[in-house]
Design a protein around this ligand. Structure first.
Ligand code: COA
Length: 328
């Protein structure tokens, strides 16, 4: 049996309307626009204000656009994978809510928890379903309502994150498509970037809420160092495995956590800065959504045959890179 490959045939996104600027954050915590821009590259981020809407809503909107872009019907989808750390519920899965709302009546699906690497891990899982011949069309989504787990009084985290969703449709490729991936998980740093309560270890109590244990906690310096090293190392690893030099690569699609982390990764890869997709200034870190949001913003500039490297790093720690020979 010859190995099939998967390729991205449709891309969609959802961005909440509300724009939270650095200037507005200045009125909420002791910070300033200049500090945020120079330390992170972020100018503004989107916030989903409607209390009745959450990750599944954003995921569904992004999925509908991706399905339409791929020019397929929802009932053709075999599987749905949603990368998220802010599911509407622990169960049922966000994938089940999306399945119903887009009308993917023949699909099974599940959520995947890998924090900021969620989209990449979901993309690889979906592409392996297609490679195995078990699925012909897979919907892969990254969706996070980060504002639901952010303490807007904590200036070390609230400046970084935003809400959004991005989605792609995967189908069989005739040539090109998703060629390779390298992914890693290291649980050594479980408390360097995490949400302490809400799970089975620390179920919600009055005390856990009073102690703000349902919000993100992070050791910014540890995460910064590990992310800079991890994203650069894994990107080089995938380049070496596939005999690629910086000149061979058309685009780097990096997770958008911090502009300084992105710049360091691109430098280690020997890439011209013009080849790096960066939109962190507009959206901040949208966790599982950053990579599909970049693909969406650059979709008209991606050409068949382009060598594209996706790279991410996130809580867990989790990190990875994926090599795509672009073919739509
Ligand atoms: N506004 C103004 N000052 C701030 C601030 C803010 N929003 N947040 C922190 N500071 C202050 C600190 O209190 C500190 O003050 P001090 O020197 O008086 O103690 C000073 O700025 C420097 O803080 P530091 O933590 O050293 O800044 P930094 O350059 O490491 O940047 C982060 C902080 C969070 C931007 C950076 O560590 C980072 O990006 N880490 C990775 C986070 C990440 O990407 N997470 C998701 C991974 S997927």
């Amino acid at each position: 049996m010859s190995l099939k490959r998967a390729k991205i045939t449709g891309i969609g996104r959802y961005l909440p309307e509300y724009i939270l600027t650095n200037k507005e954050l200045e009125t909420m915590v002791e910070t300033d626009d200049e500090w945020i821009r120079t330390r992170t590259g972020i100018a503004e981020r989107r916030i989903l204000k409607d209390p009745d809407k959450a990750s599944a809503f954003m995921a569904t909107e992004a999925a509908k656009e991706a399905i339409s872009d791929a020019n397929i019907n929802a009932d053709e989808i075999d599987a749905i994978i949603v990368g998220t750390v802010t599911p509407d519920y622990f169960f049922p899965a966000t994938a089940a809510l999306v399945q119903k709302r887009v009308g993917a009546v023949n699909a099974w699906g599940f959520d995947l928890s890998a924090a900021c690497s969620g989209f990449l891990f979901a993309l690889s899982s979906g592409s392996m379903m297609i490679e195995s011949g078990r699925a012909k069309k897979v919907l892969v989504i990254g969706a996070d309502k980060m504002s639901s787990i952010i303490d807007f009084k904590d200036r070390t985290t609230c400046i970084l994150f935003g809400d959004a969703a991005g989605a792609v449709v995967l189908e069989e490729a005739d040539s090109g498509g998703i060629i390779d991936f390298v992914h890693h998980t290291d649980g050594d740093e479980e408390c360097s970037l995490y949400q302490p309560a809400g799970g089975s270890l620390n179920p919600p109590t009055v005390e856990s809420v009073q102690n703000k244990l349902h919000y993100i906690r992070q050791d910014g310096k540890v995460v910064f160092k590990s992310a800079t090293r991890g994203m650069a190392d894994v990107s080089l690893e995938i380049m070496e495995r596939n005999n690629l030099t910086g000149d061979d690569i058309a685009w780097l699609v990096p997770h958008q956590a911090n502009l300084r982390i992105i710049d360091a990764t691109a430098r280690r890869m020997g890439l011209d800065p013009q080849k790096v997709m960066i939109n962190i200034e507009k959206y901040g870190n949208t966790t599982a959504a950053t990579i599909p949001l970049c693909l969406y913003d650059w979709k008209d500039r991606l050409k068949d045959g382009d060598n594209v490297i996706l790279a991410a790093f996130g809580g867990g720690f989790t990190w990875g890179a994926t090599y795509i020979k672009w073919e739509k």
